[in-house]
Design a protein around this ligand. Sequence first.
Ligand code: ZN
Length: 396
Amino acid sequence: MNRREWLYGVGLAAGTGVGWSNAETQPVPGSKSAPLPLSQYEPKSMLQVHETAVERAKFPVIDFHTHISVAAKSEKGVALSAERQYLGTPQELLAVMDRKNIRLMVNLTGGYEKGLAEAVQKYDRSYPGRFLTFTEPSYSHFKAGDYPRLQAQAIEQAHQDGARGLKILKTLGLYLRENITSGTLVKIDDPRFDPMWDACGQLNMPVAMHVSDPVAFFMPTDRFNERYEELNNHPDWSFHDHDFPSNAELLAARNQVIAKHPKTTFVTLHFGNFSENLHNVAENLDRYPNMYVDMAARIGELGRQPYTSKKFFDKYQDRILFATDATPHGDEFPQQVFNDKLYEIYYRFLETDDEYFDYAPAKIPPQGRWRIYGIQLPDPILQKVYHDNAARLLRI
Ligand SMILES: [Zn+2]
C-alpha cells in the first residue's frame, strides 16, 4: 500500500467514525463549542508529489541495531538476569531479511553468560553470516568489590562465547544507581568501567553506546514540547526533573569515555544521540576518530533537515552505520517494529528525493508531528552506509 492508499484507508475510517456527531444534540468535535482533542487530529496532506516504492535496498544491508532478544527480567530500568526472552524466530526474521536485501542483523541486546551463549547458538551459529550478537554489562554484579576486574573478564568470556561487540543501554547514566536500583545515579564516565572499555578495545569489539535520549525528553511535557504526544503516551520516558542529569551532561560524560579510551571503537547510537543538532555530532566526530554513529530510530529527525543531513552523510560517509532499532512484534513503537514497511521507509529516505512522507507506519507520526524528505545518496555512499562501514567495524 502506498501512502495515498493508506491515507485513503484512514479517510474511510475517519468517515465512518463520525458517528459521534450523529446525535444532533452532541457538539461536533472541532467546532467552536467542542475543541478537537489533539489525539483525534489526523490531518491528511493534500500535497500531490511523486511517491517511490523502494521494496529492496539497492545494495546488501547490515542492520547494525536490532533487538531480537531482551533481558527476561529487569527492575527500574536495569536488566537483572542473564536469561533472554526472544522476540522473533530466525525463520520469520530471515523471510523479511531476504525480501528486503538484509544480509545481516546485529542483535545488540544479547545479554551475558548463559543467555548470551544461548542467543549466539540460536541465531549466529545456526544461520552463519545472517546474525551477530553483542554482549551487555552484568549490572547485577555491580556491587561486588572487584566489579571492574570481573566485568572486564566477563567481556573476554563473552568474546569467547561469540559476542562481537558490547552494547550499552541508556541504563548507564539514567537508571543504574549505586545500589543498582537505588541511591545516586552512576555516571557514564565512572572509572569502575574503565577496564571494561579497555577490554573491548583489546578484543576489537566495538561498543554500541546509547546514552541520553531525544532532547525533548529532558524538557517539561507541556504545550511547548515538540514530542508532547509521545511523552504523554509514555510518561516514563520523560527525564525532566527528579535527579536526572541534563542531555548535555550525559553527552559530556560519554565524550570523556570516548576520549579516555582512544583504542576502543564507540558507535554512538541514534546518531550520536543528538540528531537534533548535527553540528554538535560533527564536532564530536572531528574530535574523536574512534567515534561512529548509527542512524537507528532517527530518520524522523534526519529527514526533517534533509539539506543538513545530506551534507553530513557526504562528509562523514565512512562513519555512519545503517540501523533501525528494529524490534520484532514491538507494535507499541511503530517507528521501530520489525517488518517490511520499516525497511521500505528507511530505504526511501536514503535512496530517493521523495518529499513529505511518513517516517513511521502510523496514523499519527509517533516521534513528533512532522513528515520527512529523502536525501537520495549517491551509490558509493549508500554502499558504505548500508554495508561497508559496519562490515569493517565487525571485521566481516
Ligand atoms: Zn535500541
